[in-house]
Write a protein that binds this ligand. Structure first.
Ligand SMILES: Cc1cc2nc3c(=O)[nH]c(=O)nc-3n(C[C@H](O)[C@H](O)[C@H](O)COP(=O)(O)OP(=O)(O)OC[C@H]3O[C@@H](n4cnc5c(N)ncnc54)[C@H](O)[C@@H]3O)c2cc1C
Length: 400
């Protein structure tokens, strides 16, 4: 029987009563519709890289879309001096980094900075994934969804999707308020993503949009570099921070076929050298949900209470007014929770030894262990700075 521990990157979570992997578009819709029609809990899962699920049995249906095709409807080669936009469509179950590798290989610019982010194309638009100065929002033209309320398919434009920092209309459709699940659809949005159409640009180079990346590449922020070089640098920087998923997870039969074989083998070789080492000495710093807390966006008044040296960036508050974004990693570290922090020396959950924002399963952790660590860090930051951190992952069946 499949469990959430088998199919999530943090490796915790209970048994799943019914696990379905549809291989057709109509199969995905039927699986979702059947669960909704019977009123049983439904979770559409992608790569399980942004979920923290309780260890209690999940008495419902989990649907993982097994369609992974990428198609390029624009057949004509770009004309010199003409529009260089190329549309690429990917089915929701396509592994996100397989998609990035494909577009970079095709000579397209637009998502190279998002290399190495775990998960699927379908979920990429739910939380508007972002890293190193790029967000998926900037490359999305439209998203085909199954609307669980209206019971029909719909094509949502980028404007309909109302993308924001780690959010979209898809994500907000499953919450009553930030981090407060809605009774109706949670833990999956009202809109189930079937496929995403991207508008990318035919160009061998992309913009280096982030200081750390520019440093790794030895160029200035804003300069152009080959998209392949940007991708390689992003993968290197992410690896050094433990922010790549553990390629060894694909050796688990529950993950079979979810990532392209050549990409999976290349990742295994880069991380471990050989499959035996991967199976026996997993890299625990990679057993996380990525960043566990979002960077808080504060009002000017709230930001004024932060210490002088706390990072501050211009941002927009949920109500559309200007705000100040600070760094959750900085707050955590300055509240006394440093890399590798554990509540007890033998605790099975701890902060990554490479990144303060990643809560990791050090081996044998339960969902409750991770939740307890999250509470300790969140409450410590609140006591030190008066800022309440909100979790970035989708937290299912647990009260943080
Ligand atoms: C090591 C590591 C590093 C990470 N780094 C980053 C980063 O740099 N930037 C970043 O933004 N994120 C990062 N993340 C978080 C994560 O990779 C992203 O949120 C990713 O998009 C999740 O994809 P997934 O397929 O694994 O989603 P899942 O975890 O499977 O699901 C997440 C949510 O999306 C919903 N969902 C899944 N598929 C669909 C669908 N087809 N239709 C509708 N809803 C769906 C689920 O129901 C759930 O609510 C990182 C995670 C890890 C483990």
């Amino acid at each position: 029987m499949t469990s959430f521990a088998d199919i999530t990157t943090i490796g915790v979570g209970g048994h799943i009563a019914r696990f379905i992997e549809p291989t057709s578009r109509v199969g995905v819709i039927e699986a979702v519709e059947e669960a909704d029609g019977r009123g049983v809990p439904l979770c559409v899962v992608g790569g399980g890289s942004n979920m923290l699920v309780s260890d209690a049995p999940f008495d419902g249906v989990v649907v993982r879309d097994a369609r992974r095709a990428i198609t390029v409807p624009d057949e004509a080669a770009p004309v010199e001096g003409g529009d260089r936009t190329v549309h690429v469509n990917a089915e929701a179950g396509c592994n996100w980094d397989d998609f990035v590798a494909f577009t970079v290989g095709l000579g397209l610019e637009g998502v190279e900075g998002l290399s190495g982010i775990p998960g699927t194309v379908g979920a990429s638009v739910v939380q508007n994934i972002g890293a190193y100065g790029q967000e998926v929002a900037s490359g999305v033209e439209s998203v085909e969804v199954w609307d669980r309320l209206e019971k029909r398919t719909a094509e949502l434009s980028a404007a309909d999707l109302a993308f924001g920092y780690r959010t979209s209309a898809l994500k907000t459709s499953m919450y009553a308020a930030p981090a407060v699940p809605s009774d109706r659809f949670f833990p999956t949005p009202r809109y189930v993503v079937l496929s995403v159409t991207f508008a990318l640009r035919h160009s061998p180079t992309g913009v280096v949009g982030y200081g750390q990346l520019a440093k790794a590449l030895g160029v200035g922020v804003g300069e152009r570099m080959a998209t392949g070089a940007i991708r390689d640098a992003v993968l290197r920087v992410r690896a050094a921070k433990g922010m790549l998923e553990d390629a060894a997870r694909y050796l688990n039969p529950a993950m079979a076929g979810t990532k392209r074989d050549d990409q999976m083998r290349a990742a295994l070789r880069a991380q471990y050298g050989d499959a035996e080492r991967a199976a026996t000495r997993p890299d625990r710093d990679r057993h996380s949900c990525g960043s566990f807390f979002m960077n808080p966006v504060l009002t000017d008044h709230e930001a004024a209470r932060l210490p002088q040296d706390a990072p501050r960036f211009d941002a927009v508050l949920p109500d559309g007014t200007p705000g100040v974004k600070t760094s959750a990693a900085w707050l955590i570290d300055h509240a006394g929770f440093h890399k590798g922090f554990r509540t007890a020396p033998d605790a099975a959950a701890g902060l990554s030894t490479l990144h303060t924002l990643a809560l990791t399963n050090r081996g044998g952790a339960s969902a409750d262990d991770v939740a307890a660590l999250a509470r300790t860090v969140r409450d410590g930051v609140q006591a030190a700075f008066g800022v309440r951190l909100l979790p970035e992952p989708v937290v299912v069946g647990l009260a943080l």
